[in-house]
Design a protein around this ligand. Sequence first.
Ligand code: FAD
Length: 463
Amino acid sequence: MIKPDILSQLQKIIGEEGVLTTKEDLYAYSYDSTATWTHLPDVVVMPTTTDQISQVLKLANENKVPVTPRGGGTNVSGGSIPIKGGIVLCTTRMNKILDINKTNLTATVEPGVVLQDFNQALAKEGLFYPPDPVSFLGCTLGGNVAENSGGPYCVKYGVTKQYILGLEVVLANGYVMHVGGVTVKNRTGYELAMLFTGSEGTLGVITKITVRLLPMPLANKTMMAVFDDMAVGGQAVSNIIGRGVVPAKIEFVDNFVIRRIEEITPMGLPVDAKALLLIQVDGNPAGVEMDTKQIVDILKESGAKNVKVAKDAAEAETYWKMRSAGFAAVFGAAHTVIAEDVAVPRDKLAEFIKKLEEISKRTGFFIQYLGHAGDGNLHPSIFTDMRNKEEFERAQETMGEIFRAAMELGGVLSGEHGIGLEKQRFLKEAMDPVAIDIMKKIKGILDPNNILNPGKIWEEGEA
Ligand SMILES: Cc1cc2nc3c(=O)[nH]c(=O)nc-3n(C[C@H](O)[C@H](O)[C@H](O)COP(=O)(O)OP(=O)(O)OC[C@H]3O[C@@H](n4cnc5c(N)ncnc54)[C@H](O)[C@@H]3O)c2cc1C
């Protein structure tokens, strides 16, 4: 329980309207988009300025109160669950786009700006910020930086870290630090902005973000390829990249998602297909035509049963809506859905899919998957019910086998969702022990009282 005098100091710093304590409010900030974790905070604060965040952290640090930063709460690794109670510090009232600079191709935003709002503001200026987590309707730029998020566009354009130029970060002791800047090049000392990118709220609270932008591509085209075999679809991805054509997006959707979406919103999808690849190319109009033709040829040579090129923007949008609805279709399918995130080298995608099929057969668990195939990044899901302890444990063991299968192929434990609570028991298998030790030492220097998002990344008792 938070002491009454700390609560009244928080109210003084933020104002009463920005400090939430009712049971309903606390419940609303006790979960994120994972299915298996919840924990009530003692209080939720909704600051509107960096100075308020600085004062909150100073107070929390002096009194050793845990602080869990939170943006949209859309993460799927347990990252914004206040597992040790204390304060949830939610940035959604800090939602101003501070600057869009068309000449410099940069923008500066507050951390609570919702990605979709940012994209719409940029589109009006003919500008483009590529990192596009599919949760764009609810996730914030602060959460995207803290998770170093990816998305469909990352095949061609890279992930969030490739766009960060500068950050303002409030450290655990309340100090407001600036790292990086607004220039495209900056070789002044260590790349500290990268240290906070992907730090999952454990090293500091990000309060201002300057990103690099691109001009909006002039043209794009979407294709949908139908496969009778999932591994053949996976191999087609390697074949495309191997020929030196790099589409903007290559997404994979399996039969389960195709059927669920067709049930919910009929859109004429091929419900018998074992897998679909959705591909988008973009750039100048002539280049787009050339790439489209080449990719259609490669898809056919690679065994696609059918390849459709969307005739117009409306048809393309239907296909991408289907992909965006993928997680929603999956999450509603069982009491507990363990939806995961692994990445393998792109040329190992077909082999990984075969391994998943083998694991599914052996364990008896149906494994559903969709994902950013162009990055070798799949989201395998297992449907279970955590109320059945024995089955839930077997489901978790099966997910462990999936992680290990990915790592044996040279892949990684998380492509984009982070470690949070969900994957900390696998960290030791996934990283060099010396690297883990260095990370813990960095955490110890920046947050000696372990107030920032405690209980995350490392297992209990290790941080
Ligand atoms: C339907 C769906 C689709 C998704 N698709 C993708 C996808 O394609 N690619 C992808 O990468 N992810 C995806 N995600 C996961 C998620 O949306 C991303 O991780 C996203 O970046 C989280 O942003 P958020 O604002 O919701 O952050 P939150 O969930 O609130 O927080 C995420 C982490 O960041 C920390 N944090 C938040 N704000 C700050 C801050 N200002 N300073 C310091 N730390 C902070 C939190 O403590 C937490 O550890 C998806 C999730 C859903 C539900």
